[in-house]
Design a binder for this molecule. Sequence first.
Ligand SMILES: Cc1cc2nc3c(=O)[nH]c(=O)nc-3n(C[C@H](O)[C@H](O)[C@H](O)COP(=O)(O)OP(=O)(O)OC[C@H]3O[C@@H](n4cnc5c(N)ncnc54)[C@H](O)[C@@H]3O)c2cc1C
Length: 334
Amino acid sequence: MDISQYKDVYVFVEQRDGAVQSVGLELLGKARQLADTLNEKVVAILLGKNIADKAQGLIAAGADRVLVVDDDRLKTYLTEPYAEAVSQIIREQSPSIFLLGATVIGRDLAPRVSARIGTGLTADCTQLEIGDKGELLMTRPAFGGNLMATILCKNHRPQMSTVRPGVMQKATADGSRKGEVVNYNIAFDDEKISRVRLVEEVKECKCVADISEAKLIVSGGRGAGTKDGFDKLRALAAEIGAEVGASRAMVDAGVIDHCAQVGQTGKTVRPELYLACGISGAIQHLAGMEESEYIVAINKDKFAPIFSVADLGIVGDMHKIVPLLTERIKSLRK
Ligand SMILES: Cc1cc2nc3c(=O)[nH]c(=O)nc-3n(C[C@H](O)[C@H](O)[C@H](O)COP(=O)(O)OP(=O)(O)OC[C@H]3O[C@@H](n4cnc5c(N)ncnc54)[C@H](O)[C@@H]3O)c2cc1C
C-alpha cells in the first residue's frame, strides 16, 4: 500500500432520529486540529434520510466538506447498509485518518469497516495527536486502565480510531465558516444488504437523560450503599437539576442501570459539576470523569484516591452530608 496517496481527516457523524449526536461534533473539533497540523481537510460523513439540512452545522463545527448520503435504506441504523455505504466512501475517497464515536453504533460499524478495507482500528482512544512523521498517535488505556498505550497504524490507511462521547471537546460553532456539501450516491447491492430487516424499534427508557450530555451530575458509589442511599442522591439531584450517575460497583449490584455508569466501561462525562458521593476513585472511574470542570467528593476515608482529582473534598458520611446539603439548598431558595 502506498500510504502517501491517502489524505484528509474523515469523521463519521452519527445521527439518531435525524438529530446529530454530540460525539460527531466533538470529533469534528479534534479532526480540525489534526487536519490543521497536517495541512489537510476535514470531511464529515453524514448518512440517513432527510438529513441534508444538518450539513451546515457540521461545517460550522469544523468540517470543510460534508458527504451526505440520503437514502431510505439509511433511515435507521442497520449494520449492513451503513457498513456498505461507509466502506464504499472510504475506498473511493482514500482518507488518511477516519474517526468514529465509540457509541453502540460506532462500535458496531468501525470494526466491520476496518475489516472490509483491510486496515487497523484502535478503539476507545482518549488522546489523538500527529507524530513527527505525520502519523496518527492513538492513545488509549490498556491493562484495565493501569497504563496508557500509544498505538500507530504504520502500513495501512486510513488510520482508524473510535473515541467515546465526552472525551474530545467540540470547537465553538462558527456560522461564518464556508464549506462544501456533496450529495454522495452509494451503489447498494440490495441482495447483500437485505439479510436483516428492521421490524420494529422499541426504545429502552430506563435512563431519562444521557448523562454524557449533563451539566451537573450527582454520582454515587458503594458508599451510598443501597437504593435508600441513591434516593438521597436523587433528592439532591432534583433540587439542583442534576442527573444521577454511579460507579460500576453500584451498577454491578443492580442498584442502578448501566446507562448511569461513569468510567472506562461506562460513560465519559465532562459536566460543569461532578459530585462524587461514596466513590473511592478507582482509575477506571476517574477515566470517565476527571475532565469535569469542578469536582466535589464526599468520602469518609480522607485517603480515598477520589480526593486527588477533587477541587473540593468533604471528609464525612454522605448519608448525613447529602440530606443536609439538599435541605440547605432548599432553604437558600426560599
Ligand atoms: C476493566 C475494568 C473496567 C472497569 N470499569 C469501571 C467503570 O467504568 N466505572 C467504575 O466506576 N468502575 C469501573 N471498574 C471498577 C473499579 O475498579 C472499582 O472497583 C469501582 O469503581 C469501585 O466503585 P466504588 O468507588 O463505588 O466502590 P469502592 O471502591 O468500594 O469505594 C467505596 C467508597 O465509599 C466510601 N464510603 C463508604 N461508606 C461511605 C459513607 N457512608 N460516606 C462516604 N463515603 C463512604 C469508602 O471510603 C470508599 O472510598 C472497572 C474495573 C475493571 C477491572
